[in-house]
Design a protein around this ligand. Structure first.
Ligand SMILES: [Zn+2]
Length: 457
């Protein structure tokens, strides 16, 4: 099929796409308290209603799935392809140059919360479908846009959708990166506790969230001389920076490293494991022994879980990663957390057993939960159909990728992530001044139109 006319039509539709995206951005659709018919708050529901009304106006058959999600269908019969986007956003946060809930176009960039994640990609899907409809491109089976409203806070919209409607057999989400993600590692979040009476270590704090490598950590010591701490810091010879200052209780020792996402801990410099390493070189009594135990199973600079007995890797998904992300000690109680991303050759059960054993061996009581990996074989015909659409529009050869993070399709059988971020450009997703390029808005629509034709044509 000659797609040239379809692509021309998409170019013509750009002003309409910008207008629609602006309307959707105007709803502050981050998760808020539930209201009548609005499980994630009124703005998310209103954004969903507006998106479905727009789709309806363009001639697509729409359905609202209980205020959790909605569908817009092109073609007749059961859809064989689903394209899953989301209309919820994260709150604006600080530091914006532009108004977050208003689309502002500057040159080729359209700024606004949700521009890239994920309202812009949803709009590209809508207008890919419209261009195919305008040109009466014949489809053997139907395609369905599915828009959810709870991606950012746990994807309970998908759970509801599965219970009340049917997901098409082939499904992709334009809520990640090009070219295509077919493997998402499994994840373990382990929490652990131990008590140890405060002697020389009075308190310790490092890390706030389980999915990040901590950039800072600090501890308060009593009855330890500044000279002892200084010589331990010198002996450890780490790239993490330490500072020591006197405080009413004794000494406060602080470490500053570099943060990273827990799925790529090798990109950070963990301030917490560095601090533990230094403290475990001092004689701090029972609490010190606990720290030495942690330093033994989670050594500073080790991110493959080897010393905790969980290291593993496979050809298709790469190596397991481990980030020691949180440790607190106060009133004689330690509580900590680690985040593990593991390859498809492993399971939650087996890793939980091994990690639990390692933690118990150094006196900690573990509590371990997790999510299994997500994998669609790279030789599946669906992946070929999508990648050929990407290649024919962009001229770039695409290979499927494995990532440590999870996307909107994690747990949806056969689902893959396809678009829309590209290497080398930071669209400031979840940050201030999030944007999408107008040229990307239309290019994404062309890729999706081609993908729809490849799958349903
Ligand atoms: Zn998203």
């Amino acid at each position: 099929m000659d797609m040239k006319k379809v692509f021309e039509r998409i170019d013509e539709l750009q002003p309409e796409m910008v207008k629609t995206l602006g309307e959707l951005i105007s709803f502050p659709s981050f998760r808020q308290g539930p209201a009548d018919g609005a499980p994630f708050g009124k703005p998310a529901r209103e954004c969903l209603d507006r998106a479905l009304a727009i789709c309806n106006g363009l001639g697509f058959e729409t359905e609202n799935i209980g205020g959790y999600a909605g569908t817009a269908k092109l073609g007749v019969g059961e859809p064989s392809l689903g394209i899953l986007a989301h209309l919820d956003v994260v709150p604006a946060g600080d530091g914006w140059t532009y108004e977050p809930y208003k689309a502002t176009v500057v040159g080729d960039r359209l700024f606004g919360r949700g521009a890239m994640d994920d309202k812009g990609p949803a709009v590209s899907v809508i207008y890919a479908m419209k261009a195919l409809k305008d040109l009466n491109i014949p489809l053997k089976s139907a395609v369905e846009l599915i828009v959810g409203t709870d991606e950012e806070c746990g994807s309970s919209d998908i759970k509801y959708f599965k219970e009340h409607a049917k997901l098409p057999e082939k499904l992709f989400t334009p809520d990640a990166s090009y070219p295509l993600i077919n493997i998402e590692k499994g994840r373990i979040a382990a929490r652990f506790t131990a008590s140890a009476k405060p002697e020389k270590l009075l308190s310790l704090h490092g890390g706030k969230t389980v999915n990040a490598v901590p950039a800072t950590a600090s501890a308060v010591l009593a009855d330890v001389s500044e000279g002892e701490v200084k010589s331990a810091v010198e002996k450890a010879a780490l790239t993490v920076k330490f500072s020591i200052k006197k405080c009413p209780e004794g000494l406060e020792i602080s470490a500053v490293g570099e943060s990273a996402h827990a799925s790529t801990p090798e990109h950070g410099d963990n301030a917490l494991t560095a601090l533990i390493k230094v403290l475990s070189m001092l004689d701090l009594g029972e609490a010190g022994e606990r720290l030495s135990g942690l330093a033994k199973i989670f050594p500073h600079k080790e991110t493959d879980g080897k010393s905790a007995g969980v290291a593993s890797r496979d050809e298709i998904s790469g190596a397991l990663t481990l980030a020691f992300s949180i440790l607190d000690y106060k009133s004689g109680v330690f509580s900590g957390a680690v985040d593990i991303r593991f390859p498809v050759c492993e399971s939650v059960e087996s890793l939980a057993k091994r990690l639990g054993k390692a933690l118990e061996s150094v006196g900690f009581k573990p509590e371990i939960g997790g999510v299994e990996p997500h994998c669609v074989p790279s030789d599946s015909p669906f992946i070929g159909e999508l990648l050929s659409a990407y290649e024919s529009v962009t001229g770039i050869k695409g290979e499927p990728m494995a990532i440590g993070g999870g996307t909107y399709v994690h747990g949806i059988s056969g689902g893959v992530a396809f678009g829309c971020e590209v290497d080398g450009e930071d669209n400031r997703i979840h940050g201030a001044d999030e944007f999408i390029r107008l040229s990307a808005l239309t290019e994404n629509a062309k890729i999706f139109a081609q993908a729809i034709v490849n799958v349903c044509g």
